[in-house]
Write a protein that binds this ligand. Structure first.
Ligand code: FE2
Length: 181
C-alpha cells in the first residue's frame, strides 16, 4: 500500500524544495504564500501552480513505492487528477497570463513559445502516464512496473522545473504586468 500521508508529503516537500535548481531560490508556498491576497487571476494562478507542484510530489511518491506497495485507490485518484490539474494551470496561462505578459514585454515571445511547447508535451505525457497507471492497477502482475516508473519520472521531473519557472518567473511578471498595464 502506498502511504500518501502527511508525513510522507512533508518529507517530499522538503526534498522538492531542496532539489529545485532554478536560481537556488525556489520555495514551496508557505501558508502565508497561499493565503496572500493577490489580485484576481494572480491568486488563482498561484493556486493552480501549487496544484501542479503537489501533483509532482504525489507522482514521486507513487514512483518510489512501485511495484509492490500500490494503494490502488490513491493511484487511481492520482491518474484521474493528472490531466485536469495540468489543464487548469495551462488554460489560465494560455488565456490570461501569456497574453498579458506579452503586452508588458514582447521580447518574451520565445519564452512563451517554449512554455506552450512544454504544455503540449506534458499533456501528451500525462495522458500516457494516466493510462499506464490504470493498466497497472487493473493487472499489476502483467504490467511493467519499470516502464511505469520511467514514465512517471519522465513526467514529474520536467514538470517540477516548469512549475518552478511558472512560480518564480511567470507569476511575478504577471503581477508586474497587472500593476503596470
Ligand atoms: Fe505552465
Amino acid at each position: 500500500m502506498i502511504q500518501i500521508n502527511s508525513r510522507a508529503v512533508f518529507r517530499r516537500m522538503i526534498a522538492f524544495n531542496a532539489s529545485n535548481d532554478l536560481a537556488g531560490d525556489v520555495r514551496l508556498p508557505s501558508p502565508e504564500y497561499t493565503s496572500l491576497q493577490l489580485p484576481g487571476d494572480a491568486q488563482q494562478y498561484a493556486l493552480v501552480i501549487w496544484d501542479q507542484e503537489r501533483l509532482c510530489i504525489d507522482l514521486e511518491i507513487l514512483a518510489d513505492q512501485l511495484p509492490h506497495r500500490i494503494d490502488t485507490l490513491a493511484a487511481g485518484m492520482l491518474a484521474d487528477a493528472l490531466e485536469p490539474t495540468l489543464w487548469a494551470c495551462q488554460d489560465l496561462e494560455e488565456r490570461h497570463v501569456f497574453p498579458t505578459i506579452l503586452q508588458l514585454d514582447a521580447s518574451l515571445g520565445p519564452t512563451v513559445a517554449r512554455l506552450r511547447a512544454e504544455h503540449v508535451e506534458d499533456e501528451d505525457h500525462a495522458a500516457l502516464v494516466s493510462e499506464t497507471i490504470m493498466h497497472f492497477i487493473r493487472n499489476p502482475q502483467a504490467a511493467d512496473a519499470d516502464r511505469l516508473g520511467y514514465l512517471i519520472r519522465g513526467l514529474f521531473l520536467p514538470l517540477k522545473r516548469h512549475s518552478a519557472f511558472d512560480r518564480n518567473v511567470m507569476l511575478p511578471l504577471y503581477l508586474r504586468a497587472q500593476a503596470t498595464l
